[in-house]
Ligand binder design. Structure first.
Ligand SMILES: NC(=O)C1=CN([C@@H]2O[C@H](COP(=O)(O)OP(=O)(O)OC[C@H]3O[C@@H](n4cnc5c(N)ncnc54)[C@H](O)[C@@H]3O)[C@@H](O)[C@H]2O)C=CC1
Ligand SMILES: O=C([O-])CC(=O)C(=O)O
Length: 309
């Protein structure tokens, strides 16, 4: 098994670090356009191998795609992160060109790879990759909902005073401050709906905090987050390479599911060795479906911007 992570910045390096520690592959390549960055970070990682007890060979590359040859899974994290006050959508002008170029380079050396898209605005970058790569749709997966759901569980655990591990909670829709949909009606604390224990006001706050979870961290840090994004990306890769069939909310091509088509948007999917293997229907109520349709409209508007770049 061989995995490549493109972009050796905060998210890419953290993703690679998690993949190495979990020993998800024999060889892991970290590639960046910035001279020496990936080589430096991978050497630093390899110097933790005996301390942490992993065996994965981690290799750095300055834009040399020959080193990525034969990758089974490729995670794209290259591109600008937002700064405080910005939306993810504002990154489209720069990141679309980066993601398009990276995808072409990757496919020259790994035509059968499964591609995980992380760069923002993630829903539109996934759509771009899906429409330009020529890959089967199941091999293009955007990562956003796993992270957003983890944040949702964090805020729920804070309000309930419980372990996030005892929670089940999912965020679907777009990976944007106004487009994500935390499904509080379906959230459970060891199978009991959390709505049994939380006031309406608490529920609204948890949903609102989850939606701006990324923006809140960006304001605090000065750039966007990386620990949870890296852990979420590695969890997605793990389900692919170990064929775990985890049910994760991911951004995938919809062909009528959830009432949408010609779009990539976050829905619950089974993740295994074939990529995303099937969409699971959560049977949204009218209000949730209305939010999903609004989210799709906003993402579709961003996808249309691609034609102007
Ligand atoms: N989908 C999600 O849930 C999340 C997405 N993100 C997004 O991930 C992206 C990366 O974020 P960070 O790692 O914090 O940024 P960063 O600035 O730390 O790293 C980005 C890296 O990409 C590299 N890069 C730029 N153009 C490249 C190219 N053509 N080829 C190879 N490498 C190239 C840069 O040299 C830099 O090292 C951003 O777009 C950010 O918004 C971040 C967190 C979560
Ligand atoms: O907030 C951002 O720009 C980065 C991101 O997507 C996240 O952390 O959810």
């Amino acid at each position: 098994m061989k995995i490549t992570v493109v972009g050796a910045g905060a998210v890419g390096a953290t993703t690679a670090d998690n993949i190495a520690r979990k020993e998800l592959c024999e060889e892991l390549v970290l590639l960046d356009i910035k001279e020496g960055l990936a080589e430096g970070k991978t050497t630093d990682m390899m110097q933790t191998a005996q301390l942490l007890g992993f065996d994965t060979k981690v290799v750095g590359s300055t834009n040399d795609y020959a080193k990525t040859k034969g990758s089974d899974v490729v995670v794209i994290t290259s591109g600008l992160p937002r700064k405080p006050g910005m939306t993810r959508e504002e990154l489209i002008g720069t990141n679309a060109n980066i993601v398009r170029g990276v995808t072409q380079n990757i496919l020259q050396h790994s035509p059968d790879a499964i591609i995980v898209v992380v760069s923002n605005p993630m829903d539109t970058m996934t759509y771009l990759t899906m429409t330009t790569s020529g890959l089967p749709q199941n091999k293009v997966i955007g990562m956003g909902g796993i992270l957003d759901s983890s944040r949702f569980k964090y805020y729920l655990s804070q309000a309930l005073g419980c372990s996030p591990s005892d929670l089940n909670a999912t965020v679907i829709g777009g990976h944007g401050d106004t487009t994500m949909i935390p499904l509080i009606r379906y959230a459970t604390w060891n199978s009991v709906p959390v709505t049994e224990y939380l006031s309406e006001e608490q529920q609204k706050k948890i949903v609102a905090d989850t939606m701006v979870g990324g923006a809140t961290l960006t304001k605090l840090i000065g750039t966007s987050a990386w620990y949870a994004p890296g852990a979420a990306s590695a969890a997605l890769v793990e389900s692919i390479v170990r064929d775990e069939k985890r049910l994760f909310p991911c951004c995938v091509a919809l062909n009528g599911e959830y009432g949408q088509k010609d779009i990539c948007l976050g829905v619950p999917v089974v993740i295994g060795k074939g990529g995303w293997e099937k969409v699971v229907d959560y049977k949204l109520n009218e209000e949730e479906q209305g939010l999903f349709n609004k989210s799709a409209d906003a993402v579709r508007n961003m996808n249309d911007v691609l034609k102007t770049l």
